[in-house]
Design a protein around this ligand. Structure first.
Ligand code: NDP
Length: 414
């Protein structure tokens, strides 16, 4: 996996710009080191990371507590609210702090572009940028591993403490590595890679407009859909604190490379493909794709918000009427509403949205459907891991839930 993940990412980057754009089969050519290595690009990457660190360190108004750790303590995370927005009627008090980082980044990039920053040159730098990010992730993971060797046992992740150095380096030995109050995992999960992804998309759109006079409808849809996804993740930033990544997985190469390199460079694959392989898209088809995206988002957001609201306050009027199963831990499981339809309605919504991101690229190539295929495999595997954990946590109550809601992700199919 250490080699396969970066190799796959470079294969996708090369395939997207090649004529045949083949997902399967060898790459059209292998780039030389002079195409991959650029000190100027490395400097740009560090400026980008520095900017995101600076935005993360801005004083937050609200701090959320994470779940209880092994030593019974809880970590605190900047989440915030209404910082810096001078318009009182625009109540952003429930937004994620990361959302404001997105807005501020957009303002800075906008100012930069109007002052002559050549954002359209970024697509030409994707290969060296991906190389610099991979190298940085690798060195960063080594430092994290070295730091974890000195960490107390209570700070180690359940899976990354096997004693096998390579395995632990990959999975991550320490659960929540921090420097003071700066949380490396929380920062990397939502900031540089996720915001970098939409900036790369925007650069591809600008480059397309430069090449062809205006951006295509397909490129606009892909940009709009993925911006909505990233904006949503940052708006509801607090919900990341209860995900498996934060509460269960150590912070090693898997997450560091995943967050910093894999997300921005492979999730922008559809926009990369469209720059080199323009696709005609009529208005009726575009409307149909928007409808599919809207259905996916409706399910995804409805399911995630319903569970988050229920976990925060089960007597909230929007969830108080839902049917539940009590468990021995005192927590309850929802068995009606979205969570009565399938056991992971949020995954279903996410997959429908993934389909809508690929459809603007037409059906002539498999490459733009890579995300849908990879994401299906990821969510099926993730769902199985989550089921195991829930069975351990809730025992018979979970078995009862599985009996009442027999399908995992897709009703009547899976
Ligand atoms: P979920 O948000 O699905 O959370 C699973 C947890 O929810 C369970 O462990 C359990 O925890 C609780 N739960 C399960 N069933 C019920 C129920 N019936 N009633 C109440 N609580 C229940 O997990 P993820 O962290 O995997 O996903 C979060 C979102 O992130 C999803 O929408 C997913 O699609 C998305 N995602 C996106 C990725 C990407 O790369 N684009 C990658 C991974 C995820 P407990 O009981 O302890 O609360």
């Amino acid at each position: 996996m250490l080699l396969l993940l970066p190799a796959t990412m470079f294969h996708l980057l090369l395939a997207a710009r090649s004529g045949p754009a083949r997902l399967l089969g060898p790459p059209a050519y292998l780039p030389g080191l002079e195409e991959l290595w650029s000190p100027r690009v490395l400097l740009l990457l560090f400026i980008w990371l520095g900017l995101q660190v600076a935005l993360y360190l801005l004083p937050a108004r609200k701090v959320a507590e994470g779940l209880e750790l092994k030593d019974k303590s809880r970590l605190r995370y900047p989440i915030n609210g209404a910082w810096g927005f001078p318009i009182p009627s625009l109540s952003l008090s429930d937004t994620g702090w990361g959302f404001q980082a997105l807005v501020l980044t957009a303002v800075l990039v906008g100012l930069g572009v109007s002052a002559g920053l050549p954002l359209g040159a970024l697509p030409g730098m994707l290969l060296p940028m991906a190389f610099a990010t991979t190298l940085t992730s690798f060195i960063f993971s080594l430092l994290l591993y070295a730091k974890a060797l000195a960490a107390p046992v209570s700070a180690l992740a359940p899976g990354g403490n096997s004693g096998n150095h390579i395995y632990d380096f990959f999975l991550g030995r320490e659960l929540n590595p921090r420097l003071g109050s700066f949380d490396f995992k929380y920062f990397c999960e939502l900031r540089p890679g996720l915001i970098g992804w939409v900036i790369i998309n925007l650069a591809l759109l600008m480059q397309e407009a430069e090449l062809r006079g205006s951006p295509s409808l397909a490129m606009c849809l892909v940009n709009g859909f993925q911006l909505l996804y990233v904006g949503d993740a940052l708006w509801y930033e607090e919900s990341v604190l209860t995900t498996m990544d934060i509460i269960h997985d150590g912070f090693g190469f898997m997450l560091a490379f995943g967050d910093l390199a894999w997300v921005p460079f492979t999730y922008s694959l559809q926009a990369q493909f469209l720059l080199y392989h323009p696709q005609p898209l009529g208005l009726p088809m575009a409307l149909l794709i928007c409808f599919i995206k809207a259905i996916g988002y409706y399910i995804f957001r409805g399911a995630n918000s319903q569970k988050n609201t229920f976990r925060k306050n089960p007597s909230d009027p929007s969830v108080a009427g839902l049917e539940t199963i009590p468990t021995a831990t005192g927590r309850q499981l929802l068995v009606s509403g979205w969570w009565g339809m399938v056991r992971h309605p949020n995954y279903l919504g996410d997959l429908i949205m993934a389909l809508a991101w690929s459809l603007p690229c037409g059906i002539s190539h498999l490459l733009p459907y890579f995300y849908l295929l990879y994401f299906t495999a990821l969510l099926v595997h993730r769902e199985a891991r989550d089921e195991q954990q829930c069975l351990r946590k809730y025992g018979r109550a979970w078995q009862e839930y599985c009996k009442r809601v027999p399908y995992r992700i897709l009703p009547y199919v899976y």
